[in-house]
Write a protein that binds this ligand. Sequence first.
Ligand code: SAM
Length: 278
Amino acid sequence: MGILYLVPTPIGNLEDITLRALRILKEARLIAAEDTRTTRVLLQHYAISTPLTSYHEHNKLVKLDAIFEALDEGDVALVSDAGTPGISDPGYELIGEAIRRGITVTPLPGASAVITALVASGLPTDAFTFLGFAPRKDKARQALFREYAHARGTLILYESPNRLVDTLEAVIAALGGDRPLVVARELSKLYEEFQRGSASDVLAHFRATAPRGEIVLLIAPAPPVEAVVWTEAEIRAALREQFENGASVRDASSTVAQASGWDRRAVYALALENRNTE
Ligand code: SAM
């Protein structure tokens, strides 16, 4: 039984492929490619003559059997047109089925637009949510942004140049014009560009200069909600209210400590004082 290798290919610059990826592409029995014409250009560049078969969105289910037959005989390398297979590209079903059949799935590290954009965006990298392509309908787009308005970490989407302005408008409608964001364009290519700024500024830029090429949109997380710090006077007032409602010292201090975030013992001490001075 062969191994199913997941082989990332360049997202623009043909040099962005690892030595191991080239070796696996050379040694595999078969390369399953999203678009055989696109992959042939890469293979020709590196003088690789491994047989190719297509595996794309529209034939991925009927192609499964042929790929598993090839895996009976040797290794298969799965590639997409650019970047990492399975990331907004076909691969998911094949990988899932290979795992179910007990086939070894070996991923190779390599290029992916989402990570390439994130690391240079200047936005938080400790936590992020990748949302793939934004929905095409405006209502659905806005609903998506609202759903993730308070998500922890940076939001990342793939976008096409002719929908970018509409998507930025949806970001502003859902999250406000001040939300910092970054548009990463044409990564690793001649006209690589990062537009950083508030959603309104970046929208104004792309209204003036129509976007072109391939795009990753990264949206900063919402600023943390300021914790409301209760003053001592507010704690005493809350305790008084509790007592007026008949609460015991213990219950009143427990309720107020929970609501205020104050230390329970500190609130208890104030509760005793309040009780004694009544
Ligand atoms: N599998 C790929 C990956 O790992 O990044 C993504 C494939 S998805 C069909 C293609 C989308 O990825 C493009 O529409 C664009 O949003 C983004 N993308 C791919 N290459 C890019 C590049 N060089 N610069 C910016 N975005 C890119």
